[in-house]
Design a protein around this ligand. Structure first.
Ligand code: DGL
Length: 249
């Protein structure tokens, strides 16, 4: 029986979970800390503290390994988590970098402020290739998405502002460097004035990951806030009615 812990600052990581569940049978334990979202505007120390609390909670479920389904946590807290817990952690960010390296052309990364502050994507990709990486902190996206706003003029306006440099320079690859952003992928695509290759690291992760699979998939979801919109959105992403357990970290 393989037991996988998947975690994020909110519902964004459910997009990663969905892609994993579609391809791999396992017992999944998902934790989204949506009460304290956004992590993207918090300090590195704060992100490290919260991430440790998340893993501490999930450890009760005898997890075999973790998928860090949050770019912000992976970019800021991965080393600390590895130090504190004797478990394997698969970070979504590493998969994003690998996916970029397999594609031709330069890279434009949309991510949270805290991810961009680490320059994880820029450092990793530029040191391993001759690609040029541009990073933009898309500050408003997570708030829109957690509120259930995934289309409309206000969102289009914000998207146009954030992807301006990509449009101006026609940058070949655009990385959705935050697990919330796949929920507005169509809107981002609609506002591009050229054809870009949009990379969702979760696609690469779900294709490349391998482990001893179970006969069937089971899922337990924990969130720190259980407002109705959260349940609706999680059910929508997973394509099934879900029960969400409220947890206090
Ligand atoms: N979903 C998270 C990520 O992948 C960030 C959302 C937040 O700001 O908490 O980076």
């Amino acid at each position: 029986m393989t037991r996988i812990g998947v975690f994020d600052s909110g519902i964004g990581g459910v997009n990663v979970l969905k892609k994993l569940m579609d391809r791999h049978k396992a017992t999944y334990f998902y934790l989204g800390d949506n009460k304290r979202i956004p992590y993207g505007s918090k300090s590195k120390d704060q992100i490290i503290e919260y991430s440790n609390q998340i893993v501490n909670f999930l450890e009760k479920y005898k997890i075999d390994f973790y998928v860090v389904a949050c770019n912000t946590i992976a970019a800021n807290a991965l080393n600390d988590l590895k130090k504190n817990f004797d478990k394997k952690f698969i970070p979504v960010t590493e998969m994003g970098v690998k996916a970029c390296l397999e594609n031709e052309g330069d890279v434009f990364v949309l991510a949270t402020k805290a991810t961009v502050a680490t320059h994880y994507y820029k450092k990793e990709i530029e040191s391993r290739s001759n690609k040029k990486v541009t990073e933009v902190a898309a500050l408003k996206f997570v708030d829109f998405i957690e509120e259930g706003i995934d289309s409309g003029d206000e969102l289009d306006f914000a998207i146009k502002e954030y992807i301006k440099e990509a449009n101006d320079k026609k940058i070949e690859n655009i990385v959705l460097g935050c697990t919330h952003y796949p929920m507005i992928k169509d809107q981002i695509e609609k506002n591009l004035t050229y054809k870009a290759n949009i990379i969702d690291p979760a696609d690469y992760l779900s294709q490349k990951i391998s482990f001893l699979e179970n006969d069937k998939t089971d899922l337990e979801i924990f969130m720190t806030d259980t407002k109705p919109i959260t349940k609706n959105m999680v059910s929508k992403i997973l394509g099934m009615d879900v029960t969400i357990n409220k947890v206090i970290l």
